[in-house]
Structure formats: structure tokens, C-alpha cells
Design a binder for this molecule. Structure first.
Ligand code: NAD
Length: 504
């Protein structure tokens, strides 16, 4: 195996990381990690069952008093050390991420891993800036102030599309604020979450602060969501599963943070730089093989640019090089699994009945036939209310549709149950400003689509969920505020007691 990184050796003791060490899971059904570029098994492990989740929650509960009682400076120093360890192991992380997801090594090396290191650095700094309001005499007889406190044990659930980054987005703000965490990664992509927790131990973060329980949703996920020892559920995944998780969390009264699906519009006005829009659309539709919750999925293009946009996108898509994720010349890897590839192909086949597949719409043959590959696909002529325009496909598929007036384009862009991200392409300041105001999404880009940064919040509106990842805004999810009020009078019978004792 490349890079000197042997998965079997690395996880020989098991694939549950509880109280600072690996151990086997107790679920009876073994789980495979498969390289989607070849279809070959990379590792087989025993996933988490309810007993493992119980043990992880107990470890997190035991670690909580110490970790929440550490000073912000102590937590900050530990996270700075974690950032350093992650940076030092960058090549291993990039390799393992590409192996389990099929993403091109250049993507994991240039995006997933450095993004995670930067997140750790950001939260190391932010841990020392948890904001509090002024203390003051809001009533003449009292002094009030606000304490911002962690919650306790947070139960987090992450998807498979960016396993390392999703683990980091869940864990870092929670532990920076003083919580302890049990994270259930997607069962098909557990490797880099486990490595993240190992790096935390190497950095001196105490045992039990970060626990990882790879397993399935029904076996491990639901037990974690319903667990009485967990105070909050932080979920990233599909809208359908998120709603099920929300219902389960409600039955035990948990705090919730939901980062769900998306169906991002890509709105091109007729004054846009066409070349920039074409390049931007192809990159934003294909990044991570389209398995990105903010990926460009619906391109609405004002009529004068529409034909040139469609031919430009089709030509650029056809130039994208599919191949071995570890070949530096590869642009596009496979989807995460054959199951996901077949799901994407199903959407495209159903769309064919009423729309035009301009390019793509098939799995490549030859050397790539064994992998979960699918060609970059552009679809035109679909109706606004069709499945391909409304549902999240989560693959390398872009739909392009024309519009005439600005009102129509903005209306179509916002005509979706989702609200995670959107972009508008124009050189007109007023059009850009209008798009940022009127599109109901957690992020609106102007003349770009996809970039994220640690300092800025990421999160959805409407069916894309609520709450924020990254940035200091994420502390709102992982902390609670306490009003502390001191009496200033030192009087035994206070004025307001009249309402209970009368005027005696
Ligand atoms: P998914 O909803 O199928 O699974 C997500 C996680 O939930 C996995 O760990 C899975 O094992 C677990 N799970 C499944 N059933 C469960 C249950 N009954 N109880 C508890 N946990 C359960 O999503 P996926 O296919 O892994 O990921 C793709 C989805 O994630 C897309 O919809 C994408 O848009 C979304 N996503 C959103 C964001 C965001 O920030 N909003 C980021 C990345 C991915």
C-alpha cells in the first residue's frame, strides 16, 4: 500500500476509539471499508453496537469535569498542539482520505487536510475568545453577569463525503468550548476520524475527551441520539435522516444542530464574465465528484448567455480527466461507493425521459470499469418541478436552465426546499446585492462558488438545517449562557418580598 501507511496494521486493535485507545466493536456484522476506485476491500472491522456507544459516552462523561474545568488557555494550547500533529501527519491523512473516499489525492492534499489543520488552529485561538457581556447593575439592587458554559457530552454524527473535515467541524468547536464528544462517523469512511482522535491523544488531549464509534445508523447512531448521557446531538447528513434524528432527539429533549442536504443554485446574469461562469460552474459541480452539500447543481443562465454557457460547460466537462485518485493528473475520482454511483445513475436515467443529457450520463468502461466512476454530466430541458431539479443527486451532475428577467431568475434560484448555499454571477453591484438579499441560503457567493474559510459560518436555512459549523458562531451551538445575579443590598427583607409577605 502506498505512502507506507498500512490500514490493517494501524487498526489491528480495532476501530473503536474509546478513552484514548483502539478496541474492537461489539456489533456482530463486520463492516468493510472499500476503495471505490477499484472496488477492493481496504479493511474489515467490527462496528459499534450499543455497548460501545455506552462505553464511549461513559468515557466522555468521566472526562468532562476535567476538560470543562481546564482554563481556556490550557484548551487552546492542546488544540494548537493538535494542529501541529495534524500538520506533521498531513501525508498520512491525505492518503487515507483518498483511499476510503476515492477523492483525488490533490484534493485531499490541497483542501481536506490543510482545511482541517487550519480549523484546529482557528479553534485553538477562538477557545480564548469566548465572548461575555458586560457585568452591570441592570436592577438597582443587583449585579448581573453572564457565564458562557459548555453543555456536557455531545453526540455527533457525520457523513462520508468529507469524513476528516466533518469530524473536525463537529469536534473542534465542541471541545474548544469545554465539551467532550462521542462522534459516529459514516460506517464506510471511519479511518480519518479515528486518526484525528489518535492525533488528539498524541497532542495531549486527555483520554475520553474525543471518542469515535464507527458503526451504522440503526445500531450505533440511534443509540447515541437517544442516550440519556448525551446532552446534544450534532448531525451532518441527509435531510431525510436528519429529520428522523431530530424526532429521536426530541424524545429525550436534546439540543440539536442539523447540517443537512442542499441543492445550490448557480445564477448567471447576462452581464457576467462568461468564461468565469463556465469555469466556476464546472469546478463547483464536480468538486469532490459532486458529493458536496454546497455543490452547484442548478445553473440558471440569462437567455443571451445560455447557449454559450451550455456549450462551454459541456466542452470543459469533457476535458476533465477521470482516473486513479493517486495519479497526480487525475481531476475526478469515483463516487464514494458503487451504491452511490448507481443512485446517481438512477436520477440521470429517470431525467432522460423528459430532459436532454448533453454530455456524460454514463459510467466509463475500460480501466475504470471496476470503480464507482461516473462521467461529468450536463442536463438541459428539465422542468423546474422535475426530480432532477428538485432532489439532491449528490454526484457530478449539473442541470442548466435559461431565464429571461432578473425577477424570474431569482425566483427560480430560490424555488427549492433547501437553503444551504447559492452563487450569483454578475458585474453589476445592484444585481449582486439583490441576489445576496433575496436568496434564502446560509451562504451566497458572488462570482465564485465553493470556497469556505474557518472564520466564517457554514450552515443551512430551511430544509438544509439550522445552526452553524466553523467560525465563532459555532460556539452558539456548543455553549449555553447562565445569568448570575448578586444581591447588592445585604438586606434580609427585600423590597420585592412585599408581594409575598404583604407590607409588614
Ligand atoms: P446520511 O444521512 O445517509 O448519513 C449521515 C450519517 O447519519 C452517517 O453517519 C449515517 O451512518 C448516519 N445515520 C444513518 N441513519 C441514521 C439513523 N437512523 N440514526 C442516526 N444516524 C444515522 O448522509 P450521507 O449519505 O452519509 O451524506 C450525504 C448527505 O450529507 C447529503 O445529503 C449532504 O448534503 C449532507 N451533507 C451536509 C453537509 C452540511 O454541512 N449541510 C455537509 C456534508 C454533507
Amino acid at each position: 500500500m502506498g505512502n507506507g501507511f498500512q490500514v490493517a496494521d494501524r487498526f489491528a486493535e480495532g476501530a473503536q476509539y474509546i478513552e484514548g485507545r483502539l478496541r474492537p466493536g461489539t456489533s456482530r456484522d463486520p463492516q468493510d471499508v472499500v476503495d471505490p476506485a477499484t472496488g477492493e476491500r481496504v479493511h474489515r472491522y467490527a462496528p459499534a453496537g450499543p455497548d460501545d456507544v455506552d462505553a464511549a459516552v461513559a468515557a466522555a462523561g468521566a472526562a468532562y469535569p476535567g476538560w470543562s474545568g481546564a482554563t481556556p488557555a490550557e484548551r487552546s494550547e492542546a488544540l494548537h498542539r493538535l494542529a501541529a500533529v495534524l500538520g506533521a501527519r498531513a501525508a498520512d491523512f491525505a492518503y487515507a482520505e483518498s483511499l476510503q473516499c476515492g477523492k483525488p489525492l490533490k484534493l485531499s492534499t490541497e483542501f481536506d487536510v490543510p482545511g482541517t489543520v487550519d480549523n484546529a488552529s482557528f479553534f485553538a485561538g477562538a477557545a480564548r475568545h469566548l465572548e461575555g457581556r458586560a457585568a452591570a447593575e441592570y436592577s438597582a439592587d443587583h449585579t448581573s453577569y453572564v457565564r458562557r458554559e459548555p453543555l456536557g457530552v455531545v453526540g455527533s454524527i457525520a457523513p462520508w463525503n468529507y469524513p476528516l473535515q466533518m469530524a473536525a467541524w463537529k469536534i473542534l468547536p465542541a471541545v474548544a468550548a469545554g465539551n467532550t464528544v462521542v462522534l459516529k462517523p459514516a460506517e464506510i469512511t471511519p479511518l480519518t476520524s479515528l486518526m484525528f482522535a489518535q492525533a488528539a491523544t498524541e497532542a495531549g488531549i486527555p483520554d475520553g475527551v474525543i471518542n469515535i464509534v464507527p458503526g451504522t445508523g440503526p445500531d450505533a447512531g440511534e443509540h447515541l441520539v437517544g442516550h440519556p448521557g448525551v446532552v446534544m446531538t450534532s448531525f451532518t447528513g441527509s435531510t431525510a435522516v436528519g429529520r428522523r434524528v431530530a424526532a429521536l432527539a426530541a424524545s429525550t429533549g436534546k439540543r440539536l444542530h442539523l447540517e443537512l442536504g442542499g441543492k445550490a443554485p448557480f445564477l448567471v446574469f447576462d452581464d457576467a464574465d462568461l468564461d468565469a461562469a463556465v469555469n466556476g460552474a464546472v469546478a463547483a459541480a464536480l468538486v469532490n465528484t459532486g458529493q458536496d452539500c454546497t455543490a452547484a447543481t442548478r445553473a440558471y443562465v440569462q437567455r443571451p448567455l445560455y447557449d454559450a454557457f451550455v456549450s462551454g460547460v459541456a466542452a470543459l466537462m469533457e476535458s476533465v480527466r477521470l482516473g486513479d485518485p493517486f495519479d497526480p493528473s487525475t481531476d475526478l475520482g469515483p463516487l464514494v461507493s458503487h451504491r452511490q454511483r448507481d443512485r446517481v445513475a438512477g436520477f440521470v436515467e429517470r431525467a432522460r425521459a423528459h430532459a436532454t443529457v448533453v454530455t456524460g450520463g454514463e459510467a466509463p468502461g475500460g480501466d475504470l470499469a471496476a470503480g464507482a466512476y461516473y462521467r461529468p454530466t450536463l442536463i438541459t430541458g428539465a422542468a423546474q418541478d422535475s426530480e432532477i431539479v428538485r432532489s439532491e443527486v449528490f454526484g457530478p451532475v449539473l442541470v442548466a436552465l435559461p431565464f429571461d428577467t432578473d425577477d424570474e431568475g431569482l425566483g427560480l434560484a430560490d424555488d427549492t426546499p433547501y437553503g444551504l448555499a447559492a452563487s450569483a454571477w454578475t458585474r453589476d453591484l445592484y444585481r449582486a446585492n439583490r441576489a445576496t438579499r433575496e436568496i434564502r441560503a446560509g451562504c451566497v457567493w458572488i462570482n465564485d462558488h465553493i470556497p469556505i474559510i474557518s472564520e466564517m459560518p457554514h450552515g443551512g436555512y430551511r430544509a438544509s438545517g439550522f445552526g452553524k459549523d466553523m467560525s465563532s458562531y459555532s460556539f452558539e451551538e456548543y455553549t449555553q449562557v447562565k445569568h448570575v445575579m448578586y444581591d447588592n443590598t445585604a438586606v434580609a427583607r427585600k423590597d420585592w418580598h412585599r408581594t409575598v409577605f404583604g407590607d409588614r
